[in-house]
Design a binder for this molecule. Structure first.
Ligand SMILES: Cc1cc2nc3c(=O)[nH]c(=O)nc-3n(C[C@H](O)[C@H](O)[C@H](O)COP(=O)(O)O)c2cc1C
Length: 226
């Protein structure tokens, strides 16, 4: 198998990191590689805030958790998930969630632990670097191409990271609180947060990091016309 194929199959979402900072040099390598992501008309719509300041990450997490605790369910620029889930996607979402909770021995009714696990997103799973990826609002008003490009950028970041031994977790949880985060980061008004990516070194002993949700088969998603 080529190293790219290996990198693709070895990457998985990591949800417990070691308290070990990511050297700036390594982060620069990841970002330089990801900057080669192709985009329509080479518009390169990704606008990245690379945050490794501990106090700032805590401030962002505190602001999001405070928003949630005040009853705000989301405060976002884009709606990532469908408002109404239909099958087969609903079934896949439920199976993926159930798989993670049962691996961790968390009961379906244990809302306290589930809430804690949700909050762990905003404590960055113990990682010390988070990329917040924005785009220009003018690119996504009535158009979706920049979202496709920024999705490709996400995968580039994660694969570049993986090839350097750096683990990652993509986060749509932050998408839901994009406005809260934009405010704390004091970004210009023309920017919309799309997602974040947590980066760092995986705690290889942590049970949660052994979770590898299965994929559907080629038969389920490829139509061959030969
Ligand atoms: C756009 C996007 C948003 C995601 N948001 C979250 C998130 O907020 N929290 C989380 O723990 N995992 C998140 N994930 C990880 C998915 O749950 C994960 O990619 C999926 O279950 C497949 O598992 P794998 O990445 O380990 O292969 C997200 C993934 C993507 C691509």
């Amino acid at each position: 198998m080529s190293s790219t194929l290996e990198t693709l199959s070895n990457r998985s979402s990591i949800r417990q990191f070691l308290p070990q900072p990511l050297p700036k040099e390594t982060l620069q390598k990841i970002l330089s590689a990801a900057a080669m992501t192709p985009s329509g008309a080479n518009m390169q719509p990704w606008i990245v805030y690379a945050v490794s300041n501990e106090a700032k990450l805590k401030e962002i997490g505190d602001a999001v958790i405070a928003a949630m605790q005040s009853g705000i369910e989301n405060d976002q620029f884009i709606q990532y998930y469908p408002l109404e889930w239909k099958n087969p996607y609903k079934k896949r979402r439920v199976e993926t969630g159930v798989g993670l909770y049962s691996l961790m021995g968390v009961d379906r009714k244990d809302t306290q632990t589930r809430t804690q696990m949700w909050h762990d997103n905003f404590r960055w799973f113990g990682a010390q670097t988070v990329l917040f990826v924005f785009t220009d609002k003018t690119l996504i008003e009535g158009a979706s191409g920049a979202l496709i490009d920024c999705g490709a950028y996400m995968q580039s970041v994660m694969l570049a990271a993986q090839s350097l031994g750096v683990a990652s977790c993509p986060q749509g949880s932050t998408t839901e609180f994009g406005r809260v985060i934009a405010k704390v980061l004091e970004v210009p008004d023309n920017l919309a947060l799309l997602y974040s990516i947590v980066l760092g070194y995986a705690d290889k002993e942590a049970k949660i990091n052994s979770y590898k949700p299965p994929r559907i088969t080629l038969e389920e998603h490829v139509t061959w016309i030969e």
